[in-house]
Design a binder for this molecule. Structure first.
Ligand SMILES: CC(C)(COP(=O)(O)OP(=O)(O)OC[C@H]1O[C@@H](n2cnc3c(N)ncnc32)[C@H](O)[C@@H]1OP(=O)(O)O)[C@@H](O)C(=O)NCCC(=O)NCCS
Length: 137
């Protein structure tokens, strides 16, 4: 996924991949990370995605649940694109969150992913951010 949506060197991709794998193992053990794979009828992986329960603070209207379902690592193999693989993955994860009574799911969309999520009803949020690296320049 990162190779397609970012501009990182192979060395940086490898470094991040190793760290990500360690992180996934830890988060899976803690039951905060759930991943899905769509396979062809012959068992070939066509696409995958995951939902992670990101830590968040209790607040009014959100006392009984822990974590905010955050969809990440969405990827469809190029030859299986535009057949609804990602849509199916996201719908499965939305159902996952609904069954557990979460009030919302969030994600950060790549330009390629944006129309897929928008069609499913995702809307831009009120999140704001400040780029501290730009301030250091
Ligand atoms: C973004 C990405 C995951 C989408 O995967 P996908 O499986 O092709 O997504 P879908 O098939 O569900 O939807 C893609 C498009 O195909 C269309 N489509 C779905 N089923 C279709 C079908 N049977 N026939 C024709 N078109 C179809 C959808 O309407 C959608 O069109 P739109 O983009 O104009 O809205 C994939 O392009 C990808 O892996 N990109 C690189 C990594 C990336 O950007 N990941 C997302 C990070 S947030």
């Amino acid at each position: 996924m990162w190779r397609e949506i970012g501009r990182w060197s192979e060395a940086e991709l490898d470094r991040a991949d190793r760290a990500y794998r360690r992180w996934v193992v830890r988060e899976r053990r803690a039951k905060r990370f759930f991943a899905y794979i769509v396979e062809t009828p012959k068992g070939v992986p066509a696409g995958s995605g995951a939902v992670w329960l990101a830590p968040n603070q209790p607040r009014p209207g959100r006392v009984g649940t822990s974590g905010l379902p955050y969809i990440l690592s969405m990827y469809t193999e190029p030859r299986y694109r535009r057949r609804g693989v990602a849509t199916r993955l996201v719908l499965t994860m939305i159902e996952w969150a609904e069954r557990r009574r979460y009030g919302r799911v969030v994600l950060h969309a790549s330009p390629m992913g944006r129309p897929v999520y928008a069609r499913l009803g995702f809307q831009p949020s009120r999140e704001m951010r400040l780029d501290l690296t730009a301030r250091r320049r």
